[in-house]
Design a protein. Structure first.
Length: 169
């Protein structure tokens, strides 16, 4: 569902392409996360013959990739993507017959200096409780807190040797 331009995009057999190598990060219809040819359980398998809407949220500053299934946040799936030096792209693929897919994207860059400053501050704050320790006017505290993402589920590494830095698999 996410990869570099070097990600494997063709196979002559039914296989999970995204995440089969170290250039792609994927979520399969079986609810498995894939990267570097390794997988881990992440969510329930998708129901067959039922339309499923999958969303991704890539936070380039934090280096995280979060999946959504039917508009429900599944939590952070991958971390350390900010260490990847090549451009990353949203990718979709399927081995299922009669599958319809739509790829839609939204990119948000910094609108202004205020947004950029908020990103720098939030990157250094671990959670909303750390924000309370700063002596800030309430309006600024609220503005900063809106950018702090609460993780729904803890990070699940692809295998036991992986730390939060996915780029080192």
């Amino acid at each position: 569902m996410f990869g570099t331009k070097k990600a494997r995009l063709h196979a002559d057999s039914f296989t999970n392409l995204l995440g089969k190598d170290d250039q792609g990060w994927g979520l399969s219809h079986k609810g498995l996360l894939w990267h570097g040819g390794r997988w881990t359980h992440y969510t329930k398998p998708f129901r067959e013959n039922v339309a499923t809407k999958i969303g991704i949220l890539f936070d380039g500053i934090a280096g995280t990739l979060t999946y959504y299934k039917d508009e429900k946040c599944l939590g952070v799936a991958f971390r350390g993507l900010n260490e990847i030096k090549e451009p990353l792209y949203p990718i979709i693929c399927s081995t299922a017959a009669k599958t319809e897919m739509f790829l839609d994207s939204m990119k948000r860059d910094f609108v202004n200096l205020q947004d950029r400053c908020r990103a720098v501050i939030v990157k250094r704050i671990q959670d909303k409780q750390d924000l309370e320790k700063l002596f800030l006017p309430p309006k600024i505290r609220l503005y900063l807190s809106e950018a702090i993402v609460d993780t729904v589920e803890p990070f699940k590494p692809v295998n036991q040797n992986v730390s939060n830095n996915i780029g080192t698999i």
